[in-house]
Design a protein around this ligand. Sequence first.
Ligand code: HEC
Length: 150
Amino acid sequence: MHSLVRTLVVAGALLLQAVPQSWGTSQGIFLPRVPRGQIAAARALRNPLPASDEMIASGKVLFHEKGFCEVCHGADGKGLGGDIPSGSLKGPLPRNFTDKAWQAARTDGELFWILKNGSKGTAMASFVPRVLTVEEAWQVVLYVRSFGRP
Ligand code: HEC
């Protein structure tokens, strides 16, 4: 009897710890990455390129080769969360780009802003203009968007 009570207390305590933590993580993914003072301008940016097969194909090559995005975001865009030891990247791990709720939470302009400025305090660096041109960044945004489609 005693041990049953103890088991229940321990299980209850674990549950209390686990629930808010997992909520925190899932909310954390949706919190804007662009600083408050710049988010309105970032959201107003429109991708000047059409989401044509050609543009997405160009973005795909940039993602897997020149931009080396796949090193951290995974070849499948799902991030390397399950594959890398926690703490091996600075700050939060990359998103799962196939997550439709995450896709819906961001505008193209916000994704472009991150490519240009990086995400402060994380492993996501600034890629424009050092690695990618402005046009290439918009192409890679189109490819990132394509992960959210079946
Ligand atoms: C060194 C590892 C690394 C590389 C290389 C990298 N990223 Fe990231 N990226 C991250 C991490 C970690 C985050 C999450 C940062 C955060 O939580 O704010 C991120 C965030 C992002 C975001 C914003 C996600 C959001 O929630 O708004 C976009 C868009 C993005 N990366 C695209 C790219 C693209 C495109 C490339 C290649 C040109 C690239 N990344 C290369 C690690 C990387």
